[in-house]
Design a protein around this ligand. Structure first.
Ligand code: XIL
Length: 396
């Protein structure tokens, strides 16, 4: 073998090692191997746990995938940390949700714990009813405390999530056939105990989560069916009594733009205020789809703050149909910028929280089949173009 041939082979080796062969795994939660494929094959997500090298053009979805041989995913160029950008724009925080299982991932925790990047944390699951009162009167705070203690150590604000919600409810609540008086006292005990446990540690609580159907009528869950809309004031009053300094929010999705559901929220907040029920904020979840940010977002945030409450974007993510293409990632960058700029423009919009920061731990792929790549960091903890969109939104 000539020297020239040897050099040529040696130069090729690292590239060959970095690329996954045809049909091999190339990604998914917990995957630490190569994420690009040999020529002619593209890395296509099959689900959140498994991406596979498939012949280019044959995977689900359409368009050019970004991690084909020889190509590389577009990435962010801004070096401004996101909480720093939010504060420079006059906001209280830029934050992220997290969840307990992820806290064993040290590379993940390192970024999460940087308070210049994230000034606020929301526990994605561990303060919910099933986690905190799995059987009646038995409260468990170990997981919630782990996240509360992390934010304390990091100097980050904490949002409590949540007291009363139709989901992740233990069956003793949903199937107890309680009468109105008993369920009222169950809500008061639950919210009072959970909010009381974290007294002094919480910036704001999502006291009531997702009370509405998309048409603006009240959701028919065990609380509404037993107590009518009174369950909302019962929960808010219990939360206020337990931690007078926490801001009390009602949080929902599909209230980003104007429409029946947003109008229902406006009317609810008006009626609570008229009845002197404590209410400090409206949480706009903002689980959005690439290319579909409502054009009325800013106007809608204004109509909320005009009620005399603050507003926060509480669960932002912007999903796409997989595979992620350069074009989709570019549109996603624009969409993040649009959402952040709307919050920036409305002084009563006090902060933005993304629903975790990396595609590695996003709830999207397991909830919306075939969709994902919704967050500003990819599954390898690399910043995506969306990151630049966030920075630009705060600067605009
Ligand atoms: C999600 C969590 O992220 C998932 O881990 C869990 O399996 C289901 O709930 N709206 C909310 C959040 O208010 O609590 C939800 O969180 C996402 C939708």
């Amino acid at each position: 073998m000539s020297f020239k041939t040897l050099v040529a082979i040696l130069c090729l080796v690292p590239v060959a090692l970095a690329q996954q062969p045809a049909w091999a795994q190339c990604g998914g939660q917990g995957w630490t191997g190569g994420t690009t494929c040999v020529a002619g094959y593209s890395c296509v997500a099959q689900n959140s746990y498994y991406s596979q090298c498939l012949p280019t053009g044959t995977g689900t979805g359409s368009g050019t995938v970004t991690s084909t041989s020889g190509g590389s995913s577009p990435s962010a160029t801004s070096t401004t940390p996101l909480n720093t950008a939010a504060k420079a724009a006059g906001k209280k925080y830029f934050g992220s949700a997290t969840d307990n299982p992820e806290l064993s991932d040290s590379a993940y925790v390192k970024i999460l714990s940087d308070s210049t990047m994230f000034g606020q944390i929301t526990p994605g699951n561990s303060m919910k009813w099933d986690a905190t009162e799995p059987s009646r009167g038995t409260f468990t705070f170990t997981q919630g405390d782990q996240i509360a203690n992390l934010t304390k150590a990091n100097g980050q604000l904490l949002r409590g999530h949540n007291c009363v919600w139709h989901n992740q409810l233990p069956s003793w609540v949903t199937s107890g056939n309680f009468n109105a008086a008993t369920l009222s006292s169950i809500i008061t005990t639950h919210c009072g105990t959970v909010v009381g446990h974290y007294k002094g540690q919480i910036y704001s609580w999502d006291v009531v989560n997702e009370p509405f159907n998309d048409d603006g009528t009240f959701r028919q869950d065990v609380f509404y069916n037993t107590l009518g809309q009174d369950y909302i004031s019962i929960a808010l009053n219990a939360a206020r009594a337990a931690d007078p300094n926490a801001k009390l929010y009602i949080n929902d999705y599909n209230i980003e733009g104007t429409g029946a559901k947003s109008t229902a929220m406006v009317n609810l907040v008006k009626s609570l205020k008229a009845a002197n029920v404590p209410i400090d904020g409206i949480g706009v979840q903002a689980h959005l789809i690439v290319g579909q940010v409502p054009s009325t977002l800013e106007a809608n945030l204004r109509q909320f703050t005009a009620l005399g409450v603050e507003v926060a974007i509480t669960e932002l993510d912007i999903r796409m149909t997989l595979p992620a293409t350069d074009a989709l990632l570019a549109q996603q960058k624009k969409d993040y910028q649009t959402v952040i700029a709307a919050c920036r423009a409305v002084s009563g919009c006090i902060g933005v929280t993304i629903w975790d920061y990396t595609d590695k731990y996003s709830w999207v792929p397991s909830t919306f089949s075939g969709q994902g790549a919704a967050l500003p960091w990819d599954a390898n903890l690399n910043k995506k173009p969306a990151y630049d969109g966030i920075v630009a939104g705060f600067a605009s």
